[in-house]
Design a binder for this molecule. Structure first.
Ligand code: MTE
Ligand code: MO
Length: 396
């Protein structure tokens, strides 16, 4: 048999599986990152199945991240689902009635709605700086600082849906699960993306969102419905949610046992507690290695944010960290968003230098010089050293 013939037979044998997969994930792209929206290189840096927002592309935008530049983090690829056939099934030992309760898209849209601003930030945002600034070995996507976006979400309270489904007072955990394809890593199939959430948080401020920035959710961000868990690491905010288990026993999945805990020296063998809140960070809205004209005044802009509290103060250094000055905040600091800031800089000396920004939040957390490392590079919070070059630009 020729190799081509063998390949065809293999394809035919695989067809029924592919057809089954297609109902859950019809958009499995043959190549490329498997993301539906356009990813122009000015706006995004592609990292495997993910797309990182280029911070320079946020300059001049408002506090909400436009969808055309909102980062995408996919374990596999974006499924294109149909709202007409989509259903959310709530099930498990934590329901009083015992049997599953399901909701259609129209039923969800018929429930009282809430609108709120919240950031989605990957637990690994900033991970590459563990290696580039600290020399630590870490695993995972080598994000710079663009694995965060802030949007206005509209949807229903998860608590309303759980109460309608008959959640019992003995329930302790709920576990939303996505309809995207099963995640296979290192030859092991971990099943569909799912991560337990304690009932206290689920009943507090979590929403099932069907709109993002005033329009239906885009495919890449969870259409038709995603979970939004304010101020917690992005993995909690399940996209393309299809079912939610409600349990009277603690729930486990690889996403709260093997991943999204801190491992390494200084942590117990089973890791830290599952990650919840994000850290404090700051970023310049400027390309890495940008060239700036000497003797001219530049308006440096950036953003700072924290998962624990509003940002209270931001300081900037334009000389590699020797001197610091406080910058003007352009937004009223609030929880679950970032503050934009601006600072004028007139460089005189030619050559390479580093810009640094350091935020302090209202809970008193200040970005340190160095982050305590963990093997998977989560929760980076140190001040990032942003390289630029100052040059005398001669007119032509
Ligand atoms: N079903 C599903 N939900 C998911 C993911 C995923 O791959 N599948 N990725 C998670 C991770 S790790 C992050 S950081 C956020 C990213 O949300 P975004 O792609 O809308 O920016 O979605 C979370 N929800
Ligand atoms: Mo993430």
């Amino acid at each position: 048999m020729t190799p081509a013939r063998r390949a065809v037979l293999k394809l035919l044998a695989a067809a029924p599986v592919a057809a089954q997969l297609a109902s859950a994930a019809p958009a499995l792209a043959a190549e490329g990152p498997g993301i539906v929206k356009p990813l122009p290189p000015e706006l995004f840096t592609i990292r495997g199945t993910n797309a990182e927002t280029n911070f320079a592309a946020l300059r001049g935008t408002g506090p909400l991240t436009p969808v055309d530049r909102f980062f995408v983090r996919n374990h596999t690829s974006t499924p294109v689902l149909d709202a007409k056939t989509w259903r959310l099934t709530v099930w498990g030992s934590g329901l009083r009635g015992g049997s599953p309760v399901s909701f259609s898209y129209d039923q969800l849209r018929g429930l009282p709605s809430v609108t709120r601003t919240a950031a989605i930030e990957c637990a690994g945002n900033g991970r590459s700086f563990y290696t580039s600034q600290q020399g630590d070995t870490v695993s995972g996507t080598a994000w710079t600082l663009g694995a965060i976006g802030v949007a206005q979400w509209r949807g229903v309270r998860l608590s309303d849906v759980l109460r309608r489904a008959g959640i019992s007072r003995h329930a302790v955990d709920v576990m939303p699960r996505g309809l995207d394809a099963e995640y296979v890593t290192g030859g092991v199939n971990l099943g569909r993306v799912r991560r337990p959430l304690p009932v206290d948080k689920a009943l507090d401020d979590v929403i099932l969102a069907y709109e993002m920035n005033g329009a239906p959710l885009p495919y890449d961000h969870g259409f038709p419905v995603r979970v939004v868990v304010p101020s917690w690491v992005g993995i909690a905010s399940t996209k393309w949610v299809g079912d939610i288990e409600v349990s009277t026993e603690p729930l486990h999945s690889p996403w709260n046992t093997d991943f999204y805990r801190l491992f390494g020296p200084g942590y117990p063998a089973e890791g830290s507690a599952p990650l919840t809140r994000q850290t404090v960070k700051s970023a310049f809205e400027l390309a890495q290695g940008a060239v700036l004209a000497a003797g001219e005044t530049h308006e440096l802009t950036g953003r700072s944010w924290s998962g624990a509290a509003p940002v209270r103060r931001v300081e900037v250094s334009t000389d590699g960290g020797a001197r610091w000055r406080r910058v003007v905040l352009r937004d009223a600091p609030r929880r679950d968003s970032w503050v934009r800031w601006t600072v004028p800089w007139r460089p005189r000396t030619e050559g390479a230098t580093e810009l640094l920004a350091r935020a302090t939040d209202a809970a008193g957390r200040t970005q340190p010089e160095r982050s305590v490392p963990n093997t998977q590079g989560y929760l980076f919070d140190a001040v990032v050293r942003h390289p630029v070059t100052v040059r005398t630009l001669t007119g032509g």
